[in-house]
Design a protein around this ligand. Structure first.
Ligand code: NI
Ligand code: MN
Length: 229
């Protein structure tokens, strides 16, 4: 089974696992670094970490066009149904998970906020753990600070971690090194940086520190580029 992980810029990723296509936090129409149009991207599922516009705003249109099922916390899932008329939504919550065709998806804690773009309550922010059918573990941290329980997440044996390094709204490069030490992933991909001036970072310098100071392999992607495992 081949897994492909394509960075869409910001916190957005397009993944394929065993022929199933899904997106995490696609942010395309409002992003200056988007490598693909929200009108052109495909998806069977869209997984969302929290309610902020730079994570949810393109989902109603993509889900309507593709018929993708949206998986998020119950407040965001209900908002996608009630406010945007999406019929294929699954609401879960922190610590819970569901079986999807490509594996089990669980929501983890994250330390952030989650208000929806219209001011609606968006529940608690989350990270996403994916346990693929052939035993790989992927972790998308969402927008978060570093937190001690990342060590417990790491106990699952994380193959690939996607971590924010932008600072300002999330942990920055230095704190993300602490996160890598706690999570102990085989591979770490940085995200949520270089979208806007406020979160500009030197990813090459970050990658050198990951290589020197942790046991993880840093994989820095340009928007639109893919890592396969
Ligand atoms: Ni956010
Ligand atoms: Mn964000």
């Amino acid at each position: 089974m081949t897994i492909t992980i394509t960075w869409l810029g910001h916190a957005g990723f397009a993944l394929t696992i065993d022929g199933h296509q899904f997106l995490i936090d696609p942010f395309l129409s409002g992003s200056p670094v988007a490598p693909v149009s929200a009108d052109a991207i495909g998806a069977d599922f869209i997984l969302l970490t929290h309610g902020h516009g730079d994570h949810v705003m393109d989902t109603p249109a993509i889900a309507r066009r593709t018929g993708a099922t949206v998986v998020a916390n119950v407040e965001i899932a209900n908002w996608m149904g009630d406010k945007h008329g999406l019929e294929n939504v699954i609401g879960i919550n922190t610590g819970g998970g569901i079986k999807l065709p490509f594996g089990r998806v669980e929501l983890t804690i994250a330390h952030h906020s989650s208000g929806l773009p219209d001011g609606s309550y968006g529940g608690m922010p989350n990270g996403i753990l994916i346990f693929t059918n052939d035993g790989k573990t992927l972790y998308h941290a969402g927008d978060t600070a570093v937190f001690a329980e990342m060590e417990w997440i790491g106990d699952a044996g994380v193959d690939v971690a996607m971590l924010p390094i932008g600072d300002h709204y999330t942990m920055g490069p230095a704190a993300s090194l602490k996160a890598v030490s706690l999570l102990r992933p085989k591979v770490v991909i940085p995200m949520h940086y270089n979208t806007f001036d406020a979160i500009a970072q030197d990813a090459a310098a970050w990658a050198r520190r990951v290589a020197d100071e942790t046991s993880a392999k840093p994989v820095v992607l340009d928007p639109g580029c893919t890592y396969s495992l």
